[in-house]
Design a protein around this ligand. Structure first.
Ligand SMILES: Nc1ncnc2c1ncn2[C@@H]1O[C@H](COP(=O)(O)OP(=O)(O)O)[C@@H](O)[C@H]1O
Ligand SMILES: [Mg+2]
Length: 255
């Protein structure tokens, strides 16, 4: 199952969800590959220290090198401290990817084709998308079976979601990708945006919403500060338990 984590809104919890859902699935015994599709490299930073991430970014042993045929799968797939969990790191040079894609026939399928060569090794592949709606995000969605859409329980959290759904509809003309669910993130009980967000989402026809929600939890940031997922760093924290619950929901939907 290839699942992308996408939302054109930055700060909605895509990278955090990709890292922690991946870690929770690996802890549940799944063979998981995470792909950092964003040149901001936040997913890579969730597992590797800054210096390492910058070193991956510099050479060709990263997603860009893999897509452009300069690096082999075994050169770009990095094991993590967690058993069963590997990562293909990103590169700052991904800024040139859409320019490269524009000049090539069939580049909309570049990721789909590359994943076909390695997908057999994994039960779940999660792809962290950038906060944009361009050709590269279209290629990510098109390579996916399902997409998870994290939205922040905040006043503007749902703003722009209609654009994402229009964009997705366009991709669906040529690909079978469908929405696995909207995930409400960064819920703060002290503020009432949460209820508003849930009500607005319930009004959207045909859009599944995960039962699990992810609360604001400082443990998430503490973990990220030391290049770890909260799932391994502080497994009794509220957010770690919530990501474990999300992993169960996702596993059930993969069947
Ligand atoms: N549950 C959470 N509790 C506290 N902070 C969070 C939580 N989820 C995400 N964050 C923080 O919010 C910011 C945006 O999250 P991120 O996953 O990078 O979003 P995106 O990838 O969509 O831009 C980051 O600084 C991250 O540390
Ligand atoms: Mg991100």
């Amino acid at each position: 199952m290839i699942i992308s984590v996408a939302n054109n809104k930055g700060g909605s919890g895509k990278s955090t969800t990709c890292a922690n859902l991946g870690a929770a699935l690996a802890q549940a015994g799944r063979r998981v590959l995470l792909i950092d599709g964003d040149m901001q490299m936040n997913l890579s930073l969730s597992f590797f220290e800054e210096e390492e991430v910058l070193a991956f970014s510099e050479g060709s042993a990263n997603l860009l090198g893999f897509l452009q045929g300069e690096a082999k799968a075994e050169e770009v797939i990095r094991p993590t401290r967690l058993a069963g969990l590997s990562v293909i790191p990103s590169s700052a040079k991904m800024s040139g990817l859409e320019g490269w894609m524009a000049g090539r026939r069939g580049s909309a399928q570049v990721l789909t084709k590359k994943l076909a060569t390695i997908a057999g090794e994994y039960e779940v592949i999660l792809i962290d998308a950038p906060p944009t709606l361009g050709q590269w995000t279209a290629a990510i969605l098109s390579a996916s079976d399902r997409v998870i859409i994290p939205v922040e329980a905040a006043p503007w959290g749902l703003f722009g979601l209609a654009n994402l759904f229009d964009f997705l509809k366009n991709v669906q003309k040529k690909s079978a990708v469908s929405v696995m669910g909207v995930l409400v993130t960064k819920v703060d009980e002290r503020k009432n945006y949460y209820r508003q967000t849930m009500e607005t989402l319930a009004d959207l026809p045909d859009i599944p919403v995960f039962d699990t929600v992810i609360h604001v939890d400082s443990a998430v940031e503490w973990a990220q500060d030391v290049s770890r997922t909260v799932v391994e760093y502080k497994k009794n924290s509220r957010s770690a338990k919530e990501y474990a619950a999300l992993a169960k929901e996702v596993e059930a939907l993969c069947r």
